[in-house]
Each structure stands twice: as C-alpha cells, then as structure tokens.
Design a protein around this ligand. Structure first.
Ligand SMILES: [Zn+2]
Ligand SMILES: [Zn+2]
Length: 107
C-alpha cells in the first residue's frame, strides 16, 4: 500500500487543512469538521478539487462510508425494479427516512 501512503502525504494534509479552514462545520450535520472526505475516491478517478471534497464530522464520515456500501447495494437492486415502481419508490423512501433519522440523532 505504498501508493496509498504517498497519495495521502504532506500535500494532501495541506489541501485538507485549507478545505477544513474554509468549511469549519460538517456539511451534513453542522458539527465541527473533523475529517475531509473524497466524494469520488481517488482510486475511481476523483481529484483534490473542492468540488470533490466534503467536510465532515467523524460520525457522518463513518456513516457515509457505511451507507456507500448500502447505496451500491440499493442501486444494484433498483434497475431490476423498473417493473415494480411502487416497490422502488418504497425502497427510496426507506433510505430517505433512515437518513433523516440519522441526522436527527435517532439512527
Ligand atoms: Zn456531521
Ligand atoms: Zn471518506
């Protein structure tokens, strides 16, 4: 994993600190920024520009990475559900409710 270590070197720390200074609060819940997230991972071609970064608290960051797995799973199910629009709608509604609960600290 030397490649990974190199990519997250001193330059990244500088970019991260600069971004965190511009975004002192979590972009999801408003708590103080603790970590900076890449919206599109570097390994998938994401960059270091502000549009690909997100300021997050530790809790939201963890949640996003957990949800990313769920979302991939959901997305893999949804194309197969075009024939069942009601079920598809329900699934999306569930996901939204879970997210809202989380943001209120109930999740
Ligand atoms: Zn947060
Ligand atoms: Zn992240």
């Amino acid at each position: 994993m030397t490649g990974k270590r190199r990519r997250y070197g001193r330059a990244w720390k500088r970019i991260r600190d600069r971004y965190a200074a511009k975004h002192p609060n979590c972009e999801r819940c408003g708590a103080p920024t603790e970590e900076i997230h890449h919206i599109t991972p570097l390994c998938e071609g994401g960059g270091y520009d502000d549009t690909n970064l997100m300021a997050l608290c530790r809790r939201c960051h963890k949640w996003i990475h957990e949800r990313a797995k769920d979302c991939q799973y959901l997305a893999s199910l949804i194309p197969g559900l075009d024939a069942e629009p009601e079920l598809k709608e329900e699934l999306l509604k569930d996901a939204k409710e879970l997210e809202e609960k989380f943001l209120k600290g109930e999740g």
